[in-house]
Design a protein around this ligand. Structure first.
Ligand SMILES: [Zn+2]
Length: 55
């Protein structure tokens, strides 16, 4: 079980992994490619960060 997290190049969203209020299957959701993960990240997280907090 723990080996899942030591795989090189995982395509799970690490921000979701740390989000313990989310359902397990969502937290461990695997994107089909790194491009997909990047898109998700920009849409879900970067947009959100921009709204609430300036970097
Ligand atoms: Zn995410």
């Amino acid at each position: 079980m723990l080996l899942v997290f030591t795989k090189k190049r995982t395509t799970t969203c690490f921000l979701y992994l740390g989000e313990h209020s989310l359902p397990f299957e969502k937290r461990t959701y695997k994107f089909t490619s790194l491009g997909d993960l990047t898109k998700h990240f920009k849409r879900k997280h970067l947009a959100y960060i921009k709204e609430g907090d300036r970097l």
